[in-house]
Design a protein around this ligand. Structure first.
Ligand SMILES: *[C@@H]1O[C@H](CO)[C@@H](O)[C@H](O)[C@H]1NC(C)=O
Ligand SMILES: *[C@@H]1O[C@H](CO)[C@@H](O)[C@H](O)[C@H]1NC(C)=O
Ligand SMILES: *[C@@H]1O[C@H](CO)[C@@H](O)[C@H](O)[C@H]1NC(C)=O
Ligand SMILES: *[C@@H]1O[C@H](CO)[C@@H](O)[C@H](O)[C@H]1NC(C)=O
Ligand SMILES: *[C@@H]1O[C@H](CO)[C@@H](O)[C@H](O)[C@H]1NC(C)=O
Ligand SMILES: *[C@@H]1O[C@H](CO)[C@@H](O)[C@H](O)[C@H]1NC(C)=O
Ligand SMILES: *[C@@H]1O[C@H](CO)[C@@H](O)[C@H](O)[C@H]1NC(C)=O
Length: 238
């Protein structure tokens, strides 16, 4: 009698649901989803479920220390899954965007716990490319305004041509493209249209010692290309 009351109480109060954990990963990575269990015991059972919108399909299980992989239940999981026999954590090899979705571990012991993951897989960003623009305009600095006709000072120690460059990178999910001057972001662009590449222009009025760089970034990685004055602003390196 006492035992059955205890079981009922556990059934009611023993369910722990954690907050859904957001996981951002890069395509091609091997990813481990942790159960939080430090060492599996004989009488602990763990069920791993997956679904794009709802984690309702069983993909792996560990019970009495035996591992069962049901990667046939979801075709995109075929050959991708492993389980850590010590912790019951799920390992997904060489992940790609088809593995985005919701994952749930049901950890059944004297009580039942859940671990839930919302998983978004991003492609690596492309390296930004900087190109000199053919558009030539004249800068507005005080030095240049002294010589409006030629826009070249008599000693030719500087040029008043604005250095105009364009940075471009492939678009993708949540990709943004930015220009930085030293650590300061000058400008940023992004577009929901994945079919066009992103581009962002920059004009530098006169030669200076700042470092300019263009960064393509998504939530999981970023790549940087630095402006090279010799190459991109020859008018500023005479
Ligand atoms: C990873 O998966 C991609 C397809 O998603 C495949 O082209 C590539 O060869 C795989 N890499 C490895 C190391 O298995
Ligand atoms: C299972 O329950 C026992 C008794 O409550 C506890 O000592 C043990 O740590 C639990 N194991 C796991 C993996 O949660
Ligand atoms: C999972 O994350 C995606 C992208 O961040 C979001 O659109 C979606 O609503 C989330 N799903 C749940 C069930 O929280
Ligand atoms: C930032 O980029 C937008 C779009 O290309 C452009 O209209 C704007 O002038 C730029 N701002 C600066 C400070 O360069
Ligand atoms: C992007 O291209 C695909 C096929 O190439 C097309 O189906 C889709 O409508 C395009 N999207 C936009 C926003 O133009
Ligand atoms: C750039 O740095 C050099 C040496 O550090 C200095 O001589 C020069 O005046 C600086 N130029 C500008 C535009 O700040
Ligand atoms: C680029 O990634 C690094 C970590 O890899 C991060 O510290 C930095 O803030 C990121 N930069 C941008 C512009 O997203």
């Amino acid at each position: 009698m006492f035992t059955s009351v205890l079981i009922i109480l556990c059934g009611v109060f023993g369910v722990e649901t954690d907050v859904m954990k957001k996981v951002f990963v890069t395509e091609g990575d091997d990813v481990t989803l942790h159960t939080g269990v430090s060492i599996m015991k004989d009488d602990v059972q763990i069920l791993w479920m997956f679904g794009r919108k709802n984690p309702d399909t069983l993909i792996a299980e560990i019970y009495k220390l035996k591992i069962y992989i049901f990667d046939g239940h979801v075709s995109v999981m075929k050959g991708k899954l492993q389980m850590d026999s010590q912790t019951g954590s799920l390992i997904i090899r060489n992940i790609s965007s088809v593995h985005s979705g919701l994952y749930k571990a049901q950890i059944i012991n004297t009580t039942t716990k859940y671990r839930r993951f919302n998983f978004t897989v991003y492609a690596p960003v492309s390296l930004p490319v900087i190109a000199s623009s053919s558009v030539v305009s004249v800068c507005q600095t005080s030095d240049c305004q002294k010589y409006p006709a030629s826009c070249i000072d008599p000693d030719e120690s500087f040029s008043c041509e604005v250095c105009a460059v364009m940075c471009s990178a492939d678009n993708g999910a949540d990709v943004s493209l930015s220009w930085f001057k030293n650590n300061e972001r000058l400008n940023q662009t992004s577009s929901p249209d994945r079919n066009i590449s992103l581009s962002l222009s920059l004009e530098i009025q006169e030669r200076n010692n700042n470092t300019y760089y263009c960064v393509a970034a998504n939530p999981v990685n970023n790549l940087t290309t630095q402006l090279n004055f010799q190459e991109h602003c020859p008018q500023h390196t005479s």
